[in-house]
Design a protein around this ligand. Sequence first.
Ligand SMILES: Cc1ncc(COP(=O)(O)O)c(C=O)c1O
Length: 403
Amino acid sequence: MSVELKTEKLSSEDYIELENRYGAHNYHPLDVVIRNASGVWVYDVEGRKYLDCLAAYSAVIQGHCHPKIMAAALEQAGRVTLTSRAFRNDQLPLLLRDLHELTGMEMALPMNSGAEAVETALKCARKWGYTVKGISERKAEIIACANNFHGRTISVISFSTEAQYRFAFGPFTPGFKIIPYGDIDALRAAITPDTCAFLVEPIQGEGGIVVPRDGYLREAEDICRAENVLLIADEIQSGLGRTGKLFAHEWEGIHPDIVTVGKALGGGYYPISAMLASRKIMDVFHPGDHGSTFGGNPMACAVARAALKVLAEENMIERSAVMGAYMMDQFRRFGSPDVRDVRGRGLWIGLEMKSEARPYIEKLKGEGVLCKETRDTVIRVSPPLIISREEIDWALERFARVL
Ligand SMILES: Cc1ncc(COP(=O)(O)O)c(C=O)c1O
């Protein structure tokens, strides 16, 4: 028996009206209603074509509807999709091995969303603090950076410095200290014998594509090692090739104790995230300590395996480095008086405007380029890593008109 979903062909305005009427207003999306997509291109319900320069906040770096990821998803969808971790499945072990071989990290713990991977890392760090480092009960502290973005759960927003992310959501989780991003002396001063971890984005994404000065992460790693503090790199947005290296922290040649990944791990098809760590650290988790009904499900794992495979096979990381350098150089040549700064790494570029970014975003949409502002004044440019030189030039022509 097949289940027929009623198909309705409505106009963009009708869809927007329905969404506004029946959905929570927790986003301020661009009014473009996407019906289908392929590669770097998306199409709205009226058939208008746009170049996707957001890539779902970097979750579709492999391009929309990548045929090999789709094939893996379809195949797995007809085989088995969900077992829970009460039983084992034949995809999770293979993904764990793939993650190890690709990243060099010894072990992985799969979850679903990025925020959950961060929560997992925080729990792991605290438990390591109590059971390995010997911090007294309830005293463990985690240091995070101002202007961070690590997700939206209560504990994660407990150390956000964005007023709106926190407003009227308290009381918050204690045990976090906030220091300025990029300030190595502040890190040194903040560490106490009760510090179990330092959580940092190697490049702050939602914070406005903020690249720390050279040496910052290396010095942070040295301090963490000397003080027996775990270094947690949140690579949920910056990882898996976005910056032109597998991980953004590789630009500094460091080896974090814990790395969180998400977004692109799902190849645009299925939410999956993971916390990666050494065996010594991961061993703090025992059966029953932590889990998720959907974490490590065979559907997600099959998709993630395909997502990682095409990343390597199609040299997407190298493409990000080459195409990103080209695009950044072109942006810098614009010399637009409206642009205060052009920064980023690989195909992850922030254009800091001298005024609100939203009007430029709306104009770009009119030109067929979809971007999203971050932190009011920054236009984030982060297309799928498969973007070609011709497609970049197509976009640049439109950026030039708007900027
Ligand atoms: C660095 C970082 N960590 C965590 C998250 C949260 O991921 P999710 O939205 O999947 O919970 C994000 C999302 O943008 C992110 O950029």
